[in-house]
Design a protein around this ligand. Structure first.
Ligand code: FMN
Length: 344
């Protein structure tokens, strides 16, 4: 089994990746960066470029294989350019974002907007893989997608197209674009998509993504997947060829940074390590965000997930939200840890 840290724009940036890797990274095989946009100018935005520089992979002894930069784009030429850049930076894999549901992205036919027209998608992927092959570009090219734009039946056409190309790995978020990240996940539709992908010759290992927020979610979802995806057997050796044993965790790891460790059979999250993790994150953000207030805003993105570990914490959370200086913030956090029961 392999476990991955999902890309999350604005959240899984290099400070978090480094601190998480150091404290909880043993159970994770790869960390995906939030997307870096391609552009007509063939330049990355400064802020996005910083996040993928190898010197900011300080906790990764093998960043080339452990960190995967993600690309957002809709033009084969620009995407291949970005892949070349990632190769120059030493990365062994790049990932293409085919799943972002945000309207401004979709309207530009990027992210999950790529799924709307499967003929265009086919043409784009042909050009990408053809160029990579002709240039003998030594980089793995993986894909992260959804089950469709509006309806999961769209996944059948999408999977037929994806099956034609030698992606190194295919991550499928078990929702359609219209679901965004909310509502019921669709594990059965996910398995149907895997089946179509395999029946059409798709060979990439499949990664499941969606709503694994606890070890029991993992048990439940992996059980459904085993049941529904385990049906297809290879014709020669009767081996299960649709097995899914790779899982990408997103919000679950923000809620509980020790989730992968727990899923892998290790210890559950302890209050004192969460405290150290949050303190280290604060300090790391403070190194590049000048104002206390803005560092606190960044930490509040974490508290929006993490507060679930503290019973009856509303009053204490309010104090964290209202803090305006580092001193106020740290005092409010200390109060939270000392006054509220820690639950996991
Ligand atoms: C705030 C936020 C930012 C995200 N940014 C990205 C991104 O940059 N690239 C991407 O492929 N997915 C992005 N995602 C999607 C996640 O990678 C993941 O697919 C999604 O959160 C579902 O997995 P989960 O249920 O384990 O969180 C983002 C999700 C959230 C909530």
């Amino acid at each position: 089994m392999k476990l991955y840290f999902a890309p999350m724009e604005g959240i899984t940036l290099y400070p978090l990746r480094n601190i998480h890797k150091e404290m909880f990274g043993n159970a994770l095989d790869k960390y995906f960066t939030p997307f870096v946009s391609t552009a007509r100018t063939y330049k990355f935005k400064k802020r996005e470029q910083r996040d993928i520089l190898p010197e900011f992979c300080s906790s990764f002894s093998d960043y080339k294989n452990e960190v995967v930069p993600q690309i957002m784009g809709n033009k084969a030429e620009q995407i291949v350019w970005a892949a070349r850049k990632m190769h120059e930076l030493g990365y062994n894999e790049v990932n293409l974002n085919m799943g972002c549901p945000v309207a401004t992205v979709v309207n530009r036919h990027k992210g999950s907007g790529l799924l709307e027209d499967t003929d265009k998608l086919d043409e784009m992927l042909f050009e990408i893989f053809d160029t990579i092959d002709k240039e003998n570009l030594q980089i793995k090219f993986s894909l992260k997608t959804r089950l469709g734009m509006h309806d999961d039946s769209e996944s059948l056409e999408i999977m037929k197209v994806l099956a034609k190309y030698p992606a190194s790995e295919l991550t499928i978020h078990a929702r359609v674009r219209d679901d965004y990240y909310k509502g019921q996940i669709r594990p059965e539709a996910f398995c149907r998509a895997v089946r179509v992908y395999r029946e059409n010759g798709g060979a990439a290992p499949i990664v499941y993504n969606g709503d694994i927020n606890s070890a029991s979610d993992f048990q439940k979802i992996s059980g459904i997947i085993d049941e529904h995806c385990g049906e297809i057997k290879g014709s020669t050796d009767n081996k299960c060829i649709s097995l899914v044993d790779r899982f990408m965790l997103g919000r679950g790891l923000i809620i509980n940074p020790a989730l992968a460790r727990e899923i892998a059979g290790g210890e559950v999250l302890k209050a004192d390590e969460l405290r150290v993790y949050l303190d280290r994150l604060y300090d790391a953000y403070a190194e590049y965000i000048p104002e206390d207030q803005n560092v606190i805003f960044k930490m509040l993105e974490h508290w929006a997930f993490i507060h679930v570990h503290f019973r009856d914490c509303e009053k204490y959370l309010k104090a964290i939200r209202k803090s305006r200086s580092k001193g106020e913030y740290k005092a409010a956090v200390t109060n939270m840890f000392s006054s509220c029961e820690f639950v996991i």
